[in-house]
Design a binder for this molecule. Sequence first.
Ligand SMILES: Nc1ncnc2c1ncn2[C@@H]1O[C@H](COP(=O)(O)OP(=O)(O)O)[C@@H](O)[C@H]1O
Ligand SMILES: O=C(CO)[C@@H](O)[C@H](O)COP(=O)(O)O
Length: 510
Amino acid sequence: MMNYLIGIDLGTSSTKTVLFDEDGNVIASAGKDYPLYTPNNGWAEQKPEDWRDAALETIAKVVKESGVNADDIKGLGISGQMHGLVMLDENGEVIRPSIIWCDQRTEKECEEITEKIGAERLIEITANPALTGFTASKILWVRNNEPENYAKCKHILLPKDYVRYILTGEFATEVSDASGMQLLDVPKRQWSDEVLEKLDIDKSLLAKVYESPEVTGTILPEIAEKTGLSTSTVVVGGAGDNAAAAVGTGVVEDGKAFTTIGTSGVVFAHSSKISIDPKGRVHTFCCAVPGAWHVMGVTQAAGYSLAWYLDNMGVGYKDEAKEKGCGVYDLINADVEKTPIGANRLIYLPYLNGERTPHLDPDCRGVLFGLSSMHTKADIVRAVMEGISYSLTDCKDILSEMGVEVNDMMACGGGAKNGVQRQMMADMFGCDVNTVTATEGPALGVAILAGVGAGIYDSVENACRKMIHKDPAKECKTNLENKAKYDKFHEIYKNLYGCLKEQYKEIAKL
Ligand SMILES: Nc1ncnc2c1ncn2[C@@H]1O[C@H](COP(=O)(O)OP(=O)(O)O)[C@@H](O)[C@H]1O
Ligand SMILES: O=C(CO)[C@@H](O)[C@H](O)COP(=O)(O)O
């Protein structure tokens, strides 16, 4: 008899739900988009109710479309955008929109955290410096600015853990996502009493912490009714989207790494020993493999740069695609391929939402440097794609500088579906870039974890061997001649931030 597993990926642009068989084949998939609200420059919010509705709708769709018997769906895993703050009242109702990972409003609260805990001690416990993107500073912001909402708050959850609460009624989280709250003792994999005490956050607000493959509950009867799931399907801890993508691309042992282009972009390397960048430019978090960690660099606006360009400057592409009845990315790729490396001396800095790696600067913003009257939309779109890839190369270079071994690079996420973008990364990274047949890395990753939790597999590593299939047709071999060309532009790209750093601070004051 064949067993089935469901993986849900609660992304920033949409929720993607995939039903796999136990061999990792996609049986059915469904997605649903939702908006991102930017009520102020540097702010970013989403509605948890949109995530709830998208999860329920897409689960119901895949169960129905697959025609699979609900009792054969043995496990479900949820992965999601990290760091977002969901606050619930005593009745489990959402108090305010979620302040999500790319929101930059909490610079003051980060100073408060560093002052109360001490910069060195904070890194010792949470493995990271205070960052605007992380949840702790968002909690303090609500306490400082909306005391009435803070007073009502009885439960603090991460985005995917809110969906778990809807499905199972349980308040639970797991180590990989909890690492991004800045309240977890990352070396010990448990809430830090010291951090909670110093920040005066009541531990009872936080959910119980599990390892990623552990079972956290089963489906509530009313949810089974709505979605077609069975009440016997187990829901495992799951993982933050990047830790989940690691499992979904087989990055579960030392030497393995992947890059993802979603709304954000990440270069992630597995590490069986905890390894921390003393300068805090990359994050160290618990990974979804029990007892292991990972190091990752983050580009705040990777896929988002392209999406923003298409919505605001490159609207012509969308119109042309409609007229010709072709895909917008086909038009973009054709333009990118006819433009030389360096986009005719045009460089894009992707700092639309501030930046984490390598600058840790909430005030920096995007730049198109070198604009000339000869440039066309083809040059601009190539510059945007190159800027995203330079930023990911910065992430990879810091991992090398830290001595984190990378022998094998995988790619996943919306942007990595694009062969032109993957080739660009292979050329800039100076290593081959591979991908797997299931394009939804995080959804497959948490389905694999669900397979372990449901007892179908005895370890994450063994489940990966069975459920992941590399896609040799999509391998991108590095071209070192191209790398040499990119390196020259990358050098100028890197210098530009230094030239602008003080001016970013000045304009932020206006
Ligand atoms: N074919 C493509 N080529 C390049 N970029 C793409 C392509 N398809 C999607 N994207 C980018 O991928 C992003 C969405 O990726 P996804 O992994 O779904 O993100 P998220 O998990 O943040 O919702 C979008 O911002 C878009 O710019
Ligand atoms: O903030 C981080 C990781 O630290 C992001 O990776 C978010 O988790 C959002 O992911 P996407 O929606 O871009 O996949």
